[in-house]
Design a protein around this ligand. Structure first.
Ligand SMILES: Nc1ncnc2c1ncn2[C@@H]1O[C@H](COP(=O)(O)OP(=O)(O)OP(=O)(O)O)[C@@H](O)[C@H]1O
Ligand SMILES: [Mg+2]
Length: 349
């Protein structure tokens, strides 16, 4: 064991601070600074985005059709070269070290890339070959991945016989053959029914639980909400919001307290005045509704009952109340002024 006296300069790297610095320097799976991508025809698809995704995170990239999600992923996967800015993937520069980037990522494209004529097992074998998985490791790898996405029972069936959800699962498995620490999933569930979608979510969670960083694009607010540790909302090539789903919901202004009242409009007006004057709600937004009032406030849950007491003290009769969280729909609407209608999205084939 080295003593203080014998420790040479080489030991500095094992010093606590340096090791921590090195660990944090290598902890970003994705590091993007001012990324721009303008297509040859002049279309500005990505207009200066910055983001950092730490290793192990489940990150969501949410946006409507044409927002720039696929373009961004293609830059990350080195299929497109950025026209501006810097992109580092797993510590490698996407421009100058594209081969190393490719070796260190899995990529599930928006259009399925499996071969319908091949069986499930053959598709994975083919991917093993393409990604240079050593021959003697392939059989085990194929079995392991078929198990992971629950396709072992249909290993020898041709992919053309699969449902849309099964095809997507197989496609996800082929992106994992080389055990990449980072996987890009471009709208993996668009067009699938809720059951198939739920099932895919399970696999994605499983992959993430195994330590894989996931970067997922989606048009589904619920998907982002269910899966992602953190997300960014992209609109017209720019990131217009980012944070955890709950942070984003909080930015909308907390929770929503719906109060039902007796006494019609007059009671509603009086109750709304009381709620507006209610200090504990801070910057609340108060609306009169058909049934009574609706209060959106950071502290709606905490101080909701205090408001009910205040209303009773003012001799306003409360017939019912409900506290609900804002949804990511509220977030998207607040940020963009647009509804995100994922069902306009294309159907997965
Ligand atoms: N090869 C291309 N040449 C020119 N413009 C393109 C090209 N590919 C995409 N675009 C444009 O770039 C913008 C962003 O497209 P992108 O495919 O990245 O959006 P997206 O968010 O993935 O949309 P979707 O949800 O429909 O898949 C759009 O205006 C699109 O029309
Ligand atoms: Mg796309």
């Amino acid at each position: 064991m080295p003593t203080r006296d014998t420790a040479g300069p080489g030991d500095r790297s094992r010093d606590g601070n340096d090791a921590a610095a090195a660990a944090s320097a290598s902890a970003a799976a994705i590091d993007v600074d001012g990324l721009e991508l303008t297509y040859a025809d002049g279309t500005v698809a990505v207009d200066g985005i910055d983001m950092t995704v730490p290793e192990g995170e489940f990150f969501g990239f949410l946006g409507p059709n044409g927002a720039g999600k696929t373009t961004t992923i293609k830059v990350f996967a080195t299929l497109l070269s950025p026209t501006g800015g810097a992109v580092r993937i797993n510590g490698f520069d996407a421009r100058s070290d594209s081969r190393k980037v490719r070796e260190s990522i899995g990529y599930m494209a928006q259009e399925t890339s499996i071969d319908p004529e091949l069986t499930a097992a053959e598709n994975i074998e083919f991917a093993c070959e393409a990604y240079g998985v050593p021959r003697d490791a392939r059989t085990d790898r194929v079995d392991e991945l078929l198990d992971l996405v629950d396709l072992a029972d249909v290993a020898d069936k041709r992919a053309e016989e699969f449902s849309g959800g099964m095809k997507k699962r197989l496609d996800a498995a082929t992106a994992l053959v080389h055990r990449p620490p980072l996987v890009f999933l471009d709208e993996p569930t668009t067009g699938l029914d809720p059951k198939a979608r739920n099932r895919l979510w399970e696999y994605f969670r499983r992959i993430n639980d195994l330590g894989t960083t996931i970067f997922l694009t989606t048009q589904y607010l619920e998907e982002a909400d269910q899966l992602c540790d953190r997300l960014a909302v992209i609109l017209d090539g720019e990131i217009v919001a980012d944070g955890s789903p709950s942070e984003l919901k909080r930015e909308v202004g907390g929770e929503v307290l719906d109060v039902e009242l007796e006494g019609g409009q007059a009671a509603g007006e009086r109750a709304a005045d009381i709620a507006r004057e209610f200090d504990a709600f801070g910057d609340a937004s108060v609306a009169e509704t058909e049934a009574g009032i609706s209060v959106t406030a950071e502290t709606a849950r905490e101080h909701g009952t205090d408001l009910l007491v205040a209303l009773r003290d003012a001799e306003i009769t409360v017939t019912g109340f409900n506290i609900r969280a804002p949804t990511l729909d509220d977030v998207f609407l607040a940020i963009t002024g647009e509804e995100l209608d994922a069902d306009d999205g294309e159907v997965a084939r």
